[in-house]
Design a protein around this ligand. Sequence first.
Ligand code: HPA
Length: 270
Amino acid sequence: MLEKIQETANFLLAKMPIRPKTGIILGTGLGNLVTQMDIEMEIPYETIPNFPVSTVEGHKGKLILGKLGGVEVLAMQGRFHFYEGYDMKAVTFPVRVMNALGIRNLLVSNAAGGMHPDFEIGDLMIITDHINLFPEHPLRGKNFDELGPRFPDMSEAYCKDFIAKAKQIAERNHIKVVEGVYVGTSGPTFETPAEYRYFRAIGGDAVGMSTVPEVIVANHAGMKCFGISIITDLGVPGKIVEVTHEEVQKIGDSVQPLMTLIMKELVKGI
Ligand code: HPA
């Protein structure tokens, strides 16, 4: 694994005209942030050695290197989901590579179902913490001390300083944000009403099928993380209706400019 990471990092380093400290992973249909970037270079996943290839509709699948708000960033347009069939080492491989490229901050976005009774469709939720319910752990197996400790601390998986800054940015720009705990589950089914109730009962405010593996690996590597969910549907008793991928994308589309603004201002302040 170490060699693969290094091989991929070397391939990218040889091409990269800049050395960003911040990486961004854009979730389902949330690639519009790149329209706000001054793009230096786009690298399709299929041209990158050892990179898995993204398959889901709405995922473009490329690395985008450039500046956001004048700050150098490396954005992943499209991520790898466990439900697509990738194992957790593949899902989190790009984060390992980011770390090998010298990236120290990781910003992630996703679409999620809201379970907090006060949440509304279209809300932006700043992730304060997560609950990992994936059936496979990205750090299971031999630990490579070069990559991080055997038993990583997760007491501040989402950087408190980044959260405080994002809240200030939202307030300054009159953007409504909520905060909450993200439950990461494998999918690809959306939840039954009983599952939403269960995830709520164990302390979740929103549920989705991504983010947790990447944030675990980023924490293992000592990177600072920030996550934001777009609430695209509600898993709140009495408000549960049919959920479709199309609806999730439509809501995601309409709210992404606000999320982009928060991300853009945040990268300037970290
Ligand atoms: N559940 C799981 N993943 C999701 C949801 C949901 O309700 N909405 C968007 N992604």
